[in-house]
Design a protein around this ligand. Structure first.
Ligand SMILES: Cc1cc2nc3c(=O)[nH]c(=O)nc-3n(C[C@H](O)[C@H](O)[C@H](O)COP(=O)(O)OP(=O)(O)OC[C@H]3O[C@@H](n4cnc5c(N)ncnc54)[C@H](O)[C@@H]3O)c2cc1C
Length: 417
């Protein structure tokens, strides 16, 4: 086992950190206060190649391997204080682009991915509904086949990037017969189709520079060519992407933990009370030590997923653990950072209260951590299935051509999203 980064990965890490520090987040406090999407930063990220890191060169990206993608995303989260921008990018990549990469036809990839890499198309995932949060199979948005088109009707809630998105991956019900897992389908829905509209922008506690909305699909006529995979494969498509979402989306959390640790060390080694640096008091020093423990453990899990995915292996258990330790680790670290700064930490100017507000969403999105603990329990054989939330085996192929490939591929997933 080799824990050394390659020269190329180290160069990518330092170039990304420098870019994020120098070019992004110039008005993070203002964007947070006004709930403003930093579009100029989005375009800077596109020009720097961030939006195409995991996308092969033939579709406009730079085709980084999974471990290098993770290292770059971690550096982005470290250098960029605007956690909302990082979250918007992650939703674009792991809530939208990854579905195209894994399940899109050649025509779909060529149509959408280059514009997603150049920043011209902003992607979003439209899955959650008022009565379908953790219970994905309960969703009621419908897609009715009419000739060579599908007509979509339904309302999606909590959609990150929703108000600014140009392309949605929408999960909808295409049937009522057969197993519940075979009744959903996934569609690529451009936001400019008639009947797609953001009915409400949602105001939230943190990550306020990522716009979130309720998006309605009212009689939206979508060409059948926009179906991802085959009809009825939607749930398999959702399952196959969750390893990427649960881990890659949280690489930035590890970077943010490092940033908060460094900020806190700077403060406790300069602030003096009772004639001493406050970091020399055991209570404060132990808070800092715990920050370091959480950081190192989350990073190890993260890199293990990157290592497995770079070898084309499944990583459901590891990705699930990564999601829990990174999201809860960052929330605790942000709380500890605020505490060791005393009253200064409580002031808006110091932006540690924003870091805490931003961190509190992590245990909820990309599947609530209660569900993930249930998944771990099921993977260990302790409990039964949560309505099929655990893909106990590799998700089934979603396109006829995949079926032939899967028959010869063995227990790997090809190593790339
Ligand atoms: C910042 C943010 C961004 C989001 N972005 C998107 C997006 O872009 N697209 C999208 O589709 N959705 C998005 N969501 C929605 C997110 O996917 C859901 O919030 C999440 O799946 C949980 O669903 P819920 O909120 O309805 O909670 P519920 O499902 O109602 O769960 C509430 C609580 O009950 C617990 N619980 C429920 N069932 C069980 C069980 N069987 N065992 C143990 N505990 C259980 C959960 O762990 C949770 O603590 C976002 C949410 C947030 C907070």
């Amino acid at each position: 086992m080799d824990f050394e980064l390659t020269d190329g990965q180290r160069a990518l890490q330092s170039a990304t950190t420098a870019f994020a520090r120098e070019r992004l987040g110039r008005d993070t406090a203002g964007d947070d206060r006004e709930e403003r999407f930093p579009r100029a930063d989005w375009q800077r990220c596109a020009r720097h190649g961030v939006l195409g890191w995991p996308v092969p060169a033939e579709y406009g990206g730079s085709g980084l391997d999974p471990l290098s993608t993770m290292i770059a995303l971690e550096a982005l989260g470290y250098g960029c204080r605007d956690n909302g921008l990082v979250f918007a990018i992650n939703n674009h990549l792991w809530g939208c682009a990854v579905y195209l990469l894994e399940h899109g036809s050649e025509e779909q990839k060529k149509r959408f991915l280059p514009a997603m890499c150049s920043g011209d198309l902003i992607g979003a995932q439209a899955l959650s509904e008022p009565e379908a949060g953790s219970d994905v199979l309960a969703l009621t948005t419908r897609a009715r086949r009419e000739g060579d088109r599908y007509v979509l009707d339904g309302e999606k809630w909590f959609i990150s990037n929703g108000p600014v998105a140009d392309l949605f991956v929408v999960f909808a019900r295409t049937g009522d017969e057969g197993a519940p897992e075979d009744r959903l389908s996934a569609f690529l829905v451009p936001a400019d189709l008639p009947g797609v509209r953001t009915v409400r922008q949602l105001s939230k506690l943190g990550l306020r520079s990522t716009p979130m909305g309720v998006v309605a699909f009212e009689g939206v006529s979508v060409p059948a060519a926009n179906l991802l995979g085959t009809e009825g494969a939607g749930y398999q498509i959702f399952l196959s992407s969750i390893e990427w979402e649960r881990s890659f989306m949280f690489a930035g959390h590890v970077g943010a933990m490092q940033r908060l640790l460094e900020t806190s060390v700077d403060h406790v080694t300069s602030r003096r009370q009772f004639g001493r640096q406050i970091g020399s008091f055991q209570g404060v020093a132990h808070e800092i030590a715990d920050m370091r423990i959480r950081l190192e453990l989350a990073r190890l899990m993260l890199y293990k997923v990157g290592w497995l995915k770079s070898r084309g292996r499944m990583a459901l258990l590891e990705a699930t653990i990564t999601k829990i330790v990174a999201s809860e680790g960052l929330a605790r670290t942000a709380m500890a950072a605020l505490e060791v700064h005393g009253a200064r930490g409580y002031l808006a100017d110091w932006q540690l209260e924003r870091e805490l507000r931003d961190a509190l969403g992590g245990p909820i999105y990309a599947g609530a951590n209660g569900i993930h603990r249930g998944v771990l329990a099921e993977l260990m054989g302790l409990t039964g299935s949560l309505s099929g939330t655990v893909p106990a085996r590799r998700p089934r192929p979603t396109r006829p051509t995949d079926a032939a490939a899967a028959a010869t591929a063995g227990p790997t997933d090809g190593g790339r999203p």
